[in-house]
Structure formats: C-alpha cells, structure tokens
Design a protein around this ligand. Structure first.
Ligand code: PHE
Length: 445
C-alpha cells in the first residue's frame, strides 16, 4: 500500500466539494432548464428536490467515501460488499460521458473570455454563438479545456484543486452580486422576476411529469451526485469532521449561486426580448452576450465574468476527472500522472462528436442527467439504506447530533427517497427513450 493523499487544510474539503458542485450546472444549465420548464414552477420543484432529496443524498455518498477511503468502485470492496462494485462502475462510466460534453461547453466559456475582450460577439450575439459552438473552433477549445483539467489532476489533490477553488468561490459570488444589481436596473427586470418567482400551480399540476424529472436531474447534476464525485472527495477526509454540517454548507452555497444566476439571466433575457423557453444551451451566451454589448466597459466585465465561469467549470471538471483517475490509480496501481494523461485523452476523444455537432450535446447531457445520475443514486440509496450496516454509525462520527436525527435520515433514505428516485428514474427513462429511440410512451401518466 502506498499512502493516499488527504486534504491539506480543514476547509480544503468543503471548498473542493463546493468547487465540484458549483459549475456550469449552476450558471449554464440551471437557467436554460428553468426556462424550458416554465420558470418559477421549475424553481419551486427544484428547491424542494434539493433539500428533501439532494442534501440527504449527499450524505449517502459521504458515508461511503469517508469510511472506505477509496474510489467509488474500490469503496464497495473495501467495505466488504464486493457485489456492489457495479454501482461504482456506473458512476465511473457516467463521469466519463459527463466530462466529454462538459469540456466542450467549458471550451465555449474559455472562447468567450477572449471574445469579450475583443468584443467579437457584441454586434450579433446569436450569430456568433452559432458560429463558434460547433466545428473546428469548438474542437480546439474543447482540447484546451481538457488539457487544463488534466493538468490540474496530474499535479495532484493539494497543489491543484484546493488552490483553484479558494480563488473561484468568492469571486463568483461577488460577480453575481454585481451583475444582479445591474440586471435590477434593466427595463425587463420586473417581467424577469415575475417569470422566475411567481409559480403557476395549475401549470405544475398539469406538467409535473416533465418538471419533476427535469428538476431532479438538475438537482443531482448541480450537486455532483449519483456518480461518485462526492464519494471520491469525502474519501480524502478525516473522521473528526461533521458530515451533516459540511454537507449543509455545500448544498446551501451551491443553491444560492444557482438562484443568483437566475436573478441575473432572466431580467436580461426579458430586456433584450429573448423567450427564456427557447434559448437552449446557447441561452447564457446569447443572453449575457447581448447584455455585455450594451454595457459601458462591457469588454472587461464580460471577460471577468466568463473567466470566473471558466474557473467554476474547471473546478467541477477536475472532480469529474478525479473519479475516473482515482479509480485507475487505486485499482491498477498506475502512476497518477500516466492515469491523468490517458484518461484525459480518452475523454477528449469521446467529446469530439459533441464539439462537431451540437445535437450530441443534448444526447450526452440528458443521458447522464436524466438517466445515469438518478440510476447511480438509486443504487447508492438502496445500498446505504438496506445493505450497508454501518451507515448510521459513520454519519454520527465527529458530531454530537442526536441518535434520533441520524435514524430519521436513515429511514428517509430507506423508503421515501428510494421511492421518489425510482419514480424519477422511470419517468426519465421513458422520456429519454421516447425522445431519442423513437419508442411510443408507455406509462399510464
Ligand atoms: N456539479 C457540477 C456543476 O454544477 C457538475 C458535476 C456533475 C460535477 C457531476 C461532478 C459530478 O457544474
């Protein structure tokens, strides 16, 4: 056995986990999902899902990671449940596919840092986005993004990840506050807020079979749950940490940042006359692009904004890559450096179709967010709820939380969470198959 690394500072773990959670999911994916699913209705269901399912689900991953001190596949073996390795394997596969498209979007963001300085998208934000989001340009920036992500993982946990995240978290909050104040002064602010904040309950009742799956997928995606990222990160922490408290800070920060993004994006979209439901993956770029074009000093503001988003994206991307790399290191005893280079190259290649044709973005994105993340989480919940005997004991380590609360968590995992995730999974699977495999809807609802 060679020694495993652990976090350099106490706050290092929280920062890194926040770095994993806060990323393109909050700033790019959240606003366009909210737009597609009707604004405030989506926000409400999403928030419910985060607190009722997302937060306890994060603890499910923590108790596996901290106890086993392994990657998501090795963890099951270490805990003595060899047969459950498949649950970790789903995670490693999911990580692979997520990073393949994540890196393409990260590449767009990087491109926009430069394009802000030169004002290249100012004249026609929509046309510019269409030109750079596919083809050789997108491919080049996808390569650069993957190189940067691989580089940080290559250097190892402490030097790379902690440092990057310490800068990113505060800067993103400050920038979003600033942009939020700006958005407040716009003409479309009121329409934007009302779209974002006043839910139509009739609409929820009618559309819940589409809103719930989308909100669940977004919740797992944004909290980095269902594929072992949080198992991996919590495998580097010590017993004296309060998992519940740490989890609560991570979930709150992530949620605050996503919600803040809505306060920036929707007033802008209403002001420049873009329908939030139609923006799709380009919404953030076209919407904010239009706003920066109209702002004095928009070049600098745009560059700073996209640079911050880039850092947020990178700090999430490294957590995704780390899942695959830590598995290769633990399992095959390969040197971290070699593993990082090989895995990054393979993921880059998997992302090539996405960079060449945006059609594949949705195929990859929905396969992971709607199907694979809930599937992975489902097995983790069954495992922690019904199979793994030490889950409650592990959660209570390092805390003075009463036994009642720990028990309540365990029973919440065992029945309500299990059933809700199963429902989401079935709804999502149907939706995905209808959309991409051309089958007829088969559910009675
Ligand atoms: N949570 C990250 C984001 O919001 C994405 C991510 C998904 C990271 C799954 C790790 C695992 O951008």
């Amino acid at each position: 056995m060679f020694e495993r690394e652990s976090w350099a500072t106490r706050i290092g773990f929280i920062l890194a986990a926040v770095g994993s959670a806060v990323g393109l999911g909050n700033i790019w994916r959240f606003p366009f999902q909210t737009g597609q699913e009707g604004g405030a209705a989506f926000l409400l269901i999403y928030l419910l899902f985060i607190f009722a399912i997302g937060f306890p689900a994060m603890l499910v991953e923590f108790v596996i990671g901290r106890r086993s001190k392994r990657n998501p596949i090795g963890a099951f073996k270490k805990l003595g449940y060899d047969k459950w390795k498949f649950a970790g394997a789903i995670g490693v596969l999911t990580a692979f596919i997520i990073l393949a498209f994540y890196s393409v979007v990260g590449g767009w963001v990087l491109r926009y840092v430069g394009a802000s300085i030169t004002g290249s998208y100012f004249a026609e934000p929509g046309v510019y986005f269409n030109a750079i989001s596919m083809g050789y340009d997108a491919l080049l920036f996808h390569a650069i993004f993957m190189l940067a992500t691989g580089g940080i993982v290559y250097l190892g946990i402490r030097r790379g990840i902690e440092l990057a995240v310490k800068i990113m978290v505060p800067s993103i909050v400050i920038l979003l506050i600033f942009l939020g104040i700006y958005a407040f002064t716009l003409e479309g602010a009121i329409s934007g807020y009302s779209y974002y904040l006043s839910p139509d309950f009739g609409f929820i009742a009618e559309e819940w079979t589409s809103i719930l799956p989308a909100a669940a997928g977004q919740a797992f995606f944004t909290l980095s749950l269902g594929m072992g990222a949080m198992i991996t990160y919590s495998s580097y922490i010590d017993e004296d940490k309060n998992l519940g408290k740490d989890g609560a800070s991570i979930v709150s920060l992530d949620t605050i940042i996503a919600v803040m993004t809505g306060f920036v994006v929707f007033p802008i979209l209403f002001t420049i006359g873009i329908d939030p439901g139609s923006g799709g993956p380009g919404e953030l770029f076209v919407g904010l692009g239009g706003a920066f074009a109209g702002l004095p000093g928009g070049e600098i503001l745009g560059a700073i904004f996209f640079l911050t988003v880039f850092i947020a994206a990178i700090s999430s991307a490294i957590s995704i890559l780390e899942v695959v790399v830590s598995y290769i290191i633990d399992n095959f005893r390969i040197d971290r450096k070699i593993a990082a280079v090989a895995v990054s190259t393979a993921i880059f290649l998997t992302g090539v179709p996405v960079a060449l044709d945006i059609y594949w973005l949705e195929v990859y994105d929905e396969l992971t967010a709607l199907v694979l993340l809930p599937l992975g989480m489902f097995f983790l919940v069954v495992f922690v709820g019904w199979v793994y005997k030490e889950a409650a004991e592990e959660l209570s380590k390092g805390t003075d939380t009463s036994e009642g609360i720990i028990k309540a968590w365990l029973w919440h995992v065992r029945i309500p969470m299990l059933l809700i995730i199963l429902l989401v999974l079935i709804l999502n699977l149907e939706q995905y198959l209808v959309e991409y495999a051309g089958i007829e809807p088969f559910l009675p609802i």
